[in-house]
Design a protein. Structure first.
Length: 479
């Protein structure tokens, strides 16, 4: 009898520990972060480029994030793309000087310029600074003078992320660099006979020293294959202007997340572009593409799909990818409810601006365990009543952009940790105070977002996140 009691107690204790660990994991996975000093910040994983959160009178912005989200953070004309990791600070400031980026006064990013103006500035950095470094930003090529410096970084911190830009322009710079004596051993001296050869040798040289988790690449698909030497990469962001019909993404054994962005009027992704990476768990596509042309069968492990498009139309996403837990779609056009209702167990959802009230109610009813929800921007105020959310007991993060509906239908949502409404709502102090009184434990923030129309693709993240890294000259040209 005593033995049975002891066994029962041990089992009960184990169950309690398991439940506790799950709750603790969930709590740590999602959180709010605060950007200070009038920083620009954009969550590439969750929101389109036209959507942003307002800074308050103190110049701070609070927004929801999840571990693994990609954050584009910038100040004036300097920026950096970072992964949100468990050790990412809850509040932060950014400081940039001479291609050196600091977050909360810790070295966070370095851009290796194509010129030879800055080596002496980099040499002032201490080896202890490199332990905090998150990102190394590289343009078309790395001048020889910087190679010993980059090599010293790799010896201290080989696991940093790489942002790589290749344009195959300004070959004249190579000629000038050819006249400069190398400061490294001859067997490591780069061959400057063409920019393409230099780029490929740079990639090989980097792969022998670094094990990046994230690679952000801007360039042509012709050089994309060179990146397959990085076996450690788990996240890739691509800004590619044009795909060839036979292009395929090289095999990356550990790849789990992929972002494809394009600023053309029409994005044509080759049908089998993703077939060599069946372990892909998260896919984000920013561009006007036809989902019917992509081979979705090769993505049987996909858990999250994020789409930003100026031409949303009917496609059976739910029937094609029923196992998704995250489906975030935003832009211009209409996605009928039957394209969404076939999902089995969504936890995160964003619905486009054209969703009418009755379809919204049906969708919310079908997914009672939503944790994160964004209601798309609408100038026509299609969703006016949020009462259907009362039964969403797990909902913690709610973002409503565009015109706001009935504020009092939000009052029962006591479990919300975060609520963001369009900035117009905050013009009426009485309704703001009433909402804060009804939801005293909820962080309530304004946002600004428009239903995307022509020209929205000009604001894609790579313009800031990659263009700045490649150099201010590229950014000014792109703008």
């Amino acid at each position: 009898m005593l033995h049975n009691s002891a066994t029962w107690l041990l089992k009960t204790f184990a169950i309690i520990l398991f439940i506790s660990s799950c709750v603790q994991k969930e709590t740590k996975e999602y959180r709010l972060i605060t950007a200070k000093d009038d920083l620009g910040i954009f969550n590439l994983t969750r929101f389109h480029r036209n959507f942003y959160f307002y800074a308050d009178s103190a110049g701070t912005i609070t927004m929801p994030v999840k571990n693994g989200d990609l954050l584009d953070i910038w100040k004036e004309d300097n920026g950096i793309l970072l992964r949100c990791t468990p050790d990412f600070p809850d509040s932060f400031q950014l400081r940039v000087k001479n291609d050196i980026i600091y977050m909360n006064d810790k070295l966070t990013g370095l851009r290796i310029p194509n010129s030879l103006d800055s080596p002496q500035l980099f040499r002032k950095l201490k080896n202890t600074d490199f332990k905090n470094l998150k990102t190394l930003i590289i343009g078309d090529y790395i001048p020889d003078a910087y190679l010993p410096f980059v090599d010293s970084i790799a010896k201290i911190n080989p696991d940093i992320d790489l942002h790589i830009y290749f344009s195959n322009e300004e070959n004249s710079d190579i000629d000038s660099l050819n006249k400069i004596d190398s400061v490294i051993d001859k067997h490591e001296k780069l061959n400057y006979d063409s920019l393409e050869i230099v780029f490929r040798k740079n990639i090989k040289w980097l792969s022998e020293r670094f094990n990046p988790f994230l690679i952000a690449y801007y360039g042509s698909t012709k050089e994309l294959k060179q990146l397959e030497v990085f076996n450690s990469v788990q996240t890739i962001t691509l800004e590619i202007n044009e795909f060839e019909k036979e292009d395929t993404l090289p095999h990356f054994p550990s790849l789990k997340k992929l972002v494809i962005a394009n600023d053309a009027d029409s994005l044509i992704i080759p049908r089998d572009f993703l077939m060599l990476n069946p372990k892909l768990e998260e896919l984000m596509i920013q561009g006007n593409f036809n989902p019917g042309l992509l081979n979705w069968k090769s993505l049987n492990k996909l858990q999250a799909l994020r789409i930003v498009s100026d031409s949303i139309s009917s496609y059976p996403y739910g029937q094609t990818l029923p196992g998704l837990q995250t489906f975030l779609i935003s832009g211009k056009g209409h996605l009928p409810e039957e394209n969404i209702l076939s999902f089995k167990n969504l936890k995160e959802l964003s619905i486009p601006c054209s969703t009418p009230q009755n379809e919204f109610d049906n969708i919310i009813k079908a997914f009672p365990h939503l944790y994160f929800l964004q209601i798309g921007e609408s100038d026509t105020l299609l969703v006016k009543d949020y009462s259907a959310l009362k039964k969403s007991m797990d909902l913690r993060y709610l973002i409503i952009s565009g015109k706001n509906g009935k504020a009092n239908s939000l009052y029962p949502l006591k479990r919300l940790k975060y609520l963001s409404l369009h900035s117009e709502f905050f013009d009426d102090s009485l309704q703001v105070n009433a909402l804060k009184k009804a939801l005293p434990d909820t962080v309530i923030e304004p946002n600004e977002g428009l239903c995307m129309g022509s020209g929205w693709l000009l604001f894609l993240v790579p313009l800031v996140a990659l263009g700045v890294f490649a150099g201010k000259k590229y950014l000014s040209k792109a703008a």
